[in-house]
Design a protein. Structure first.
Length: 404
């Protein structure tokens, strides 16, 4: 197969490959960028593999950076752009099921490609557009099939995260995992416990953000991979209930984790915090999820009040509505925007008074009372009980202070 018109992302890198070839070595674009080119999917970055050893690459190019030279990776700096170039290699001895104990540089493209995870990722592309396919990856792309290169057990023992990558690709690409590969995942699922949570989390998030999450989830559940994920050991039944939902429109990680928490019945703040910290999520994401969940519940119960809109904020409201669409609880986007736009103020900074004014003009001392007063005045304005006018709010504060 020859691709006559390569995507523009390849053009600046073609001279790099040409220069390596002119020096007497082989060089190819490899991996996901080749797969996505053939599928006409967006390409985010490109990887280059070569028969040249790191020292030889450094002798060909004046400007390089040793980004992972022990594994054969050197970054070539060309016209302000960095291209990571990795020497063909074989690997052996995966005692931790994720990193090789030893790496051997080789001159053979075939030896390099046969250590890749799946046939659709074991494609190489010459700079002239010719595709090199040694494991029928092109056939599997046509069949929309995810198939391990060689023995699935060997591939998953080399890096147990590949099992999560398989179910993620099932969702991302809307492909089917072939039966021997699926059996290999089921038999090796316990190895996932040896993988860092952060790496599992990235694959799980991508799974739920794919074009067919149900396809990936079905395999994630059927193979038992979920049992080796934080807080999910006994969650098979709750996760299975997701398979009947068909309005998947999740757009970001906060929506993903709000959905997971709701599905697992994890809704109060302490439980959400504990669960998401097990998954090593960022604090700001946890805060966002804690805003989204009550909003989704309010949509479901038909209890969307001005206070809820104000406390949640627009971004979390938009996120909550995307999650609610999955369950059929959503409000029309336009209606939600209109309701939010009606709020007299959108955040506490827009209140016509502040603590300094309460001290100077209402003779209220700093402390817990002041905080309570500001909160009550804020929500009175939000609910339309008071106008957002400084004199009215100050008079009300004085009266409330007198009443204690």
């Amino acid at each position: 197969m020859i691709i006559k018109q390569l995507p523009t992302i390849f053009e600046p890198a073609r001279p790099v490959l040409q220069k390596i070839e002119a020096a007497g070595y082989e060089a190819y674009f490899v991996g996901g960028c080749v797969r996505d080119t053939i599928l006409h999917d967006p390409i985010h970055d490109i990887d280059i593999a070569t028969s040249a050893y790191p020292s030889e690459i450094k002798s060909i190019f004046k400007r390089t950076v040793d980004t992972g030279i022990e594994h054969g990776t050197v970054m070539i700096l060309d016209h302000g752009t960095g291209y990571e170039t990795t020497t063909f290699r074989t690997e052996s001895g995966y005692q931790d099921y994720r990193r090789p104990d030893s790496v051997t540089f080789v001159r053979s493209l075939s030896e390099d490609l046969q250590r890749r995870d799946f046939t659709i990722n074991a494609l190489a592309l010459k700079e002239n557009g010719e595709v090199v396919d040694l494991f029928d990856g092109l056939g599997d792309l046509k069949r929309r099939l995810i198939r391990a290169v060689g023995d699935p057990n060997e591939r998953f023992h080399e890096d147990a995260l590949r099992m999560m990558r398989a179910v993620r690709f099932a969702s991302k690409l809307d492909f089917t995992i072939d039966q021997p590969t699926l059996t290999g995942i089921k038999e090796n699922a316990p190895l996932l416990a040896k993988i860092a949570v952060e790496r599992i989390r990235v694959e799980f998030e991508k799974l739920l953000l794919g074009q067919n999450p149900v396809a990936g989830l079905k395999d994630f559940i059927a193979t038992g991979l979920y049992r080796y994920c934080p807080g999910m050991a006994t969650a098979g039944q709750q996760l299975t209930a997701l398979l009947v939902l068909n309005q998947w429109q999740l757009e970001n990680e906060a929506q993903v984790w709000a959905t997971v928490c709701l599905q697992l019945g994890i809704t109060d703040r302490p439980a959400v915090n504990k669960f998401l910290k097990q998954w090593k999520t960022a604090n700001d994401l946890i805060a966002q999820v804690n805003k989204i969940i009550p909003a989704v519940q309010a949509f479901h119960q038909g209890q969307v009040t001005p206070n809820l809109l104000f406390k949640t904020g627009w971004q979390a409201l938009a996120d909550a509505n995307q999650v609610a669409k999955l369950y059929g609880w959503a409000i029309q986007d336009e209606q939600l925007q209109e309701e939010y736009a009606k709020l007299p103020i959108k955040n506490g900074k827009e209140l016509a008074i502040n603590g300094g004014m309460l001290i100077k003009q209402a003779n209220i001392k700093p402390g817990p009372l002041m905080g309570k007063l500001i909160n009550q005045l804020t929500f009175a304005v939000v609910n339309g009980d008071l106008p957002n006018e400084a004199e009215v709010l100050l008079d009300t504060a004085r009266q409330m202070a007198k009443e204690g």
